[in-house]
Design a protein. Structure first.
Length: 252
């Protein structure tokens, strides 16, 4: 494991940390490979119910792909998108705790997560058009899927900069908190997600993803719904409701 990409698990919550604040947590080939390795580990770990993604330091969450390595040909054209697609395709919910500013591909990384928590005073900009880069198709798809065509044009074509309040207003952020409260809020939110019924959470995430791409198969949706209806977790949810206690879901 590279020390610029850290991973740990506590209970049902996995934590992936971009740990290169001296370079604004930018991602070169080593970091991209490290993230993909950790995501593969997360996907195979049946204990993990939520993945949190965050950055070290207090200034920048992620500055995207390393421009030095990108211009030097050390990163292939699709390397960054392979990583973000792998993140977006995880079956479990993902939470991005953005500890600061986000630039370039860092915005795509954040949007590949299901939920985004930002801090007051932060900003976001994708400067592709300002340096002559056409953003890759898979990345553009992530922007459109999350924010729609109109906002994607403002972000990519016009290369606008958005402050934290604007990011909350346009729906890029789900929650906005003071920097000092980020860790506590993100941990509480991840803990809330981890306490929900895993089969129901993952089934609905999958169906919503298919719907967003216009590719819902009614039979698949029906089978997922049937699986949840027949699960032990649903019976536990009913029992806990009657007994006025918190349910203890097992994912079965």
């Amino acid at each position: 494991m590279t020390d610029t990409i850290l991973y740990s698990r506590t209970g049902h919550i996995g934590r992936l940390v971009l740990n290169n604040p001296q370079r604004h947590n930018s991602l070169g080939r080593e970091q991209l490979n490290g993230i993909q390795d950790r995501l593969t580990e997360v996907a195979a770990d049946k204990v993990v119910r939520v993945l949190m993604v965050s950055g070290a330091g207090t200034k920048t969450f992620c500055a995207g792909a390393s421009l030095q390595e990108l211009s030097g040909g050390q990163i292939s054209d699709d390397a960054f998108q392979k990583m973000t697609c792998q993140l977006a395709d995880l079956s479990i919910p993902t939470v991005c705790a953005m500890n600061g500013d986000v630039f370039g591909g860092g915005a795509e990384l954040a949007m590949s997560c299901d939920f985004r928590i930002g801090v007051e005073g932060s900003r976001m900009r994708v400067p592709a058009a300002a340096i002559g880069l056409c953003y890759p198709l898979a990345g553009i798809h992530h922007f459109i899927r999350c924010l729609g065509v109109r906002l994607t044009k403002r972000i990519l074509v016009a290369s606008e900069e958005f402050d934290a309040n604007a990011l909350l207003e346009i729906g890029f952020l789900d929650h906005l908190v003071p920097p000092r409260n980020l860790d506590e809020f993100a941990n509480d939110f991840a803990g809330h997600l981890a306490g929900l019924a895993p089969l129901a959470v993952q089934s609905m995430k999958h169906i919503i993803g298919l719907a967003a791409d216009g590719a819902v198969d009614p039979e698949v949706a029906l089978e997922l719904s049937r699986m949840c209806l027949e699960s032990q977790d649903l019976q536990e949810g009913f029992t806990a409701k009657r007994e006025k206690r918190s349910p203890l879901f097992t994912g079965h």
